[in-house]
Design a binder for this molecule. Structure first.
Ligand code: B12
Length: 284
């Protein structure tokens, strides 16, 4: 049997949160019939294909793999980052990836995928870790999958024309939380800005060298943990001393500043930005 049919039945069933047993009972067949459809051992006949398509609100063309469009309600799914999180918690990273691909192929905007699905999922993961419901390795596992998936999603989106601005991003000192700044840089890149991410624990002298070589218009520094605000202050001081005349803007952002927006300026930054929109305002 064509693999597309079995994959699509399984994917749609999971997307709609049905067990094989529940779907079987709606269709009036045995659970083993659904299992066999999903394994590719049996093929639904025309009448059954129509029934399945109706239940999931898709066309028969979609079910048999001829058309990518599925008529689910994107707004509903958007709220439902829990579907994605559940796949990840179960270790079904392939299904999680599939789910995101499904949303992208059906036109969901990359910003929504980043902020409404990935960011919300990570916040939930933080809560689960804090309350002892998941171990640290799961937090690492999920973070890595999200970083990989971000690359995949980004590669599917068309980049706008080049803009004559260069932005360098770093995470302050030993700060390892870099998903947020990578999201911001990815979205700036897709808008045509030239972006360079230099990671964590970058020696200050080397950052100064990178600035000399790349001549950025803006440096963005992300801090998540208050413990690394001092590292950000030292970096900013070193940049200002090395380039006293420069028009280079230094912008800080990240969770460490959220409760105290003036903190960024007090450690020497030109600006504190909360979101991508704030950065775009400055770049205007
Ligand atoms: C994922 C995660 C990790 C991953 C990070 C993987 C990675 N590559 O980033 C790993 C497992 C490595 C990790 C490690 C640790 N973590 Co951790 N982690 C998290 C978690 C669950 C999610 C963070 C995240 O990615 N959020 C999603 C992103 C998209 O959000 P964001 O970073 O805020 O970014 C958004 C905005 O802030 C903004 N933004 C960010 N930067 C910038 C910059 C600019 C210029 C602008 C404009 C905007 C901007 O844009 C983004 C999009 O909206 C949080 C929980 C939470 N509630 O945040 C804990 C959390 C941050 N971690 C915490 C801790 C304690 C740790 C560890 C010490 C122990 C541990 N749990 O393993 C280590 C420390 C590592 C280190 N040296 O930095 C604490 C921090 C507490 C504090 N001191 O402030 C938190 C809050 C968990 C908790 N509730 O206690 N962690």
């Amino acid at each position: 049997m064509d693999k597309a049919i079995s994959n699509n039945i399984k994917e749609l069933r999971k997307l709609n949160k049905y067990t094989q047993k529940q779907l079987a009972s709606i269709l009036g067949v045995a659970q083993t019939t659904i299992a066999n459809y999903e394994k590719g051992i049996r093929v639904p006949d025309a009448e059954m294909l129509q029934k399945i398509a109706d239940i999931f609100n898709v066309s028969i063309d979609y079910l048999i793999g001829r058309k990518k469009v599925v008529n689910f309600n994107i707004d509903e799914v958007e709220k439902n980052h829990t579907i994605y999180l559940n796949y990840l918690l179960k270790g079904d990273n392939k299904d999680a990836q599939h789910y995101i691909n499904h949303l992208v192929d059906n036109g969901m905007d990359i910003e929504k995928i980043y902020f409404n699905i990935f960011e919300k999922t990570l916040i939930e993961v933080g809560l689960l870790w804090e309350t002892g419901k998941i171990d640290i390795w799961k937090e690492h596992f999920i973070s890595e999958i999200i970083l990989d998936t971000m690359k995949e999603v980004k590669s599917k989106v068309e980049r706008l024309e080049n803009m004559p601005y260069c932005i360098i991003g770093i995470t302050a000192g030993p700060e390892l939380h870099n998903i947020g700044i990578k999201m911001i840089l990815d979205l700036l890149d897709l808008r045509g800005f030239s972006t360079i991410y230099l990671g964590s624990i970058l020696p200050i002298y080397s950052l100064i060298d990178a600035i000399k070589v790349n001549k950025p218009d803006m440096i963005i520094i992300s801090v998540t943990m208050w413990q690394y605000i001092e590292s950000a202050r030292l970096v900013i001081k070193a940049i200002k001393e090395a380039f006293p005349e420069n028009t280079l803007k230094i912008v800080v952002g990240g969770a460490a500043f959220k409760d105290n927006p003036n903190l960024g300026i007090s450690i020497g930054a030109d600006k504190y930005c909360l979101t991508l929109k704030d950065i775009l305002e400055i770049l205007k």
